[in-house]
Design a protein around this ligand. Structure first.
Ligand code: TRP
Length: 334
């Protein structure tokens, strides 16, 4: 029965192009969960405007992200895919939860501190209260699990605190969700700076899903290996983080074990290894890129997907919102 499946929900901001880290660390795993869980994935467009966006680019990237989700294997028949701003309940519950989130809690969020340091000329209220909107995104769907990267753990913990606080006052309204953080193995680090995760903010070290094969290969050939002189493909994340990252990527796209990879490149050095990883990534991304381009060209199909997704999402979200409005004492509209 549908009802007995556990619920999973996550969102990605369409503020940049999706990259290999998003795919291997998140979306690929999401796609494999469709059978076991009732899954909701959305484009967090409302969150992106906490930082100034170009409107045309935001619109384009939101649709591109949806097309790429589908091309990565998130089947819209088996997952609920939607655009956050299509569901007014996010903003509505977001307001309510603002009133149950403390100034002190919001002040402690590292993403707020980082982003306000980066955008000193635009430290707006939305940037500050972002976690209350994120809590609303999550709690509306009563998920059991929220798959996110390490960087979003603090927001997920605050979401739990808000849910617990609200439930404490009004009884059981929200399910208290668990963050679902992928194992270190699934974390893709930057190709030029393997100590931090792959990020669009360092484009030379970041492989985008839609990137041309020759550009991908160039980035892999220039990937940082390690500072020792060993020139040997061996899995040792502590002293050889660059090589370990490339091995992780190669393992993820080929399904080979680290031992198999070490054997494959024994005596060959990085000069052979790096382009081989590049080639394997290119072959993994090729069908995704082609499929995404095909989907993106079919505007009517894309529209049918996000409309159906919004309908399903709104049904669930509104149910929670009605309950919350009733609990806090708002007069029902009908
Ligand atoms: N804050 C997340 C990020 O920056 C995006 C996000 C918004 C999200 N709402 C969410 C993730 C709800 C998971 C669940 O990456």
């Amino acid at each position: 029965m549908e009802q007995t499946k556990k619920v999973m929900l996550s969102g990605i901001q369409p503020s940049g192009d999706l990259h290999l880290g998003n795919y291997l660390g998140a979306i690929k795993n999401w796609a494999e969960r469709a059978e076991e869980f009732d899954c909701y994935y959305f484009m967090a467009d409302m969150h992106t405007i906490t930082v100034r966006q170009d409107p045309a680019a935001l619109r384009r990237r939101t649709l591109e992200q949806l097309a790429q989700y589908i091309a990565c294997g998130l089947d819209p028949e088996r997952n609920t895919l939607f655009i956050q701003s299509h569901i007014p309940a996010h903003a509505e519950l977001g307001w309510v939860l603002n009133c149950y989130t403390m100034f002190g809690e919001l002040s402690r969020m590292t993403q707020f501190k980082d982003k306000s340091a980066k955008h000193k000329d635009n430290i707006n209220g939305g940037l500050f209260t972002y976690p209350a909107l994120m809590a609303a995104d999550i709690l509306l769907y009563q998920p059991d699990y929220v798959p996110v990267g390490e960087d979003q753990k603090q927001h997920c913990e605050l979401t739990r605190d808000i849910a617990i606080r609200f439930n404490h006052i009004y009884g059981d309204v929200f399910k208290v969700p668990e963050p679902y953080i992928p194992k270190a193995g699934a974390r893709v680090m930057g190709l030029t700076a393997p100590e931090s995760k792959m990020s669009k903010s360092i484009p030379e070290g970041c492989v985008f899903l839609m990137e041309k094969p020759e550009d991908i290969q160039r980035k892999f050939k220039r990937a940082i290996t390690d500072s020792d002189t060993e020139n040997c493909v061996r899995f040792d994340p502590a002293s050889k983080p660059g090589v370990a990252n490339l091995m992780n990527i190669y393992a993820a796209v080929t399904g080979k074990s680290f031992a198999e990879i070490e054997a494959e490149f024994a005596g060959q050095g990085y000069g052979k290894f790096k382009p081989a990883v590049g080639e394997a990534v290119i072959e993994t991304l090729r069908p995704i890129r082609e499929e995404a381009q095909k989907i993106l060209a079919d505007k009517a199909y894309l529209e049918s997907v996000y409309k159906a997704g919004a309908e399903k999402a709104a049904y669930v979200a509104n149910k929670t919102l009605r309950k919350v409005y009733k609990k806090v004492g708002f007069v029902p509209a009908r």
